[in-house]
Ligand binder design. Sequence first.
Ligand code: GUE
Length: 294
Amino acid sequence: MATVIDGKAVAQTIRSEIADEVQLLSQKYGKVPGLAVVIVGHRKDSQSYVGMKRKACAELGINSFDVDLPEQVSQAELIKQVHELNANPDVHGILVQLPLPKHINEEKVLTEISLEKDVDGFHPLNIGKLAMKGRDPLFLPCTPKACLELLQRSGVTIKGKKAVVVGRSNIVGLPASLLLLKADATVTIVHSHTSQPESIIREADIVIAAAGQPKMIKGSWIKPGAAIIDVGTNAVDDSTRKSGYRLVGDVDFEEASKTAGWITPVPGGVGPMTVTMLLKNTLEGAKCYIEQNN
Ligand SMILES: Nc1nc(=O)c2c([nH]1)NC[C@@H]1CN(c3ccc(C(=O)N[C@@H](CCC(=O)O)C(=O)O)cc3)C=[N+]21
């Protein structure tokens, strides 16, 4: 039976370390980190994620600057808001919740975020640096960073191992592959055009599942002893719940946990760590800024 990696517990430990550091900054400089959380429109999932981020800020003593814009906001107006946040000395991190409405060019908006405040690590320049050997971005993207942090804290060796990433999105699959590569794994990316993904996944010592397909990865696809990090947060209908749905991962947890060495649950695995990495990036950005300007 696999060791279940308790992301919620690890996240809690790191959050209390962050809270202590926030306290120290406040005592030493009379300043606390600030995170701007920008949301456009009223997608239910986005509102729920943004709510979690703002609540986590409050719990840790981080100032959150809430910017709520209507669905129809123009790209120019959104960029103007980003520029104002770039210029605000109390804002050390800026997060623009994705996805944005179709009439807005995401890359254009993300490019306008000041590099020093790009706590999501989504600025094309930061992603470019992530891809280059011997270079590092100012901030690592939160979900990939969460995945590696969970592996490292669980004592899983990455160097020299075969790692398979399922999915190639800009915000998870691709940057997670680059991070594993930087950590000296041999990395294979499996995606929607890969033939017989199961035969590739079966070879993997480490699997990062970020395909957005509920229970796509079966127990029989798992190499005995492998470390499985499940990034999937798929809402599936469940009439026994008050909400009407429940979250399931990209991995069939019941089956896979019989064979794997380590596995993250959904919920309670990568999700809480993603939010924690965002807070950690904000703290680092604030420390850098406050120490330079005092
Ligand atoms: N600019 C931007 N940055 C992001 O980091 C970003 C984004 N846009 N768009 C959407 C995705 C998704 N995402 C999650 C964050 C926390 C949980 C999380 O905490 N999930 C809980 C469950 C929460 C629940 O019960 O609903 C868990 O897995 O235990 C999940 C998903 C961040 N994203």
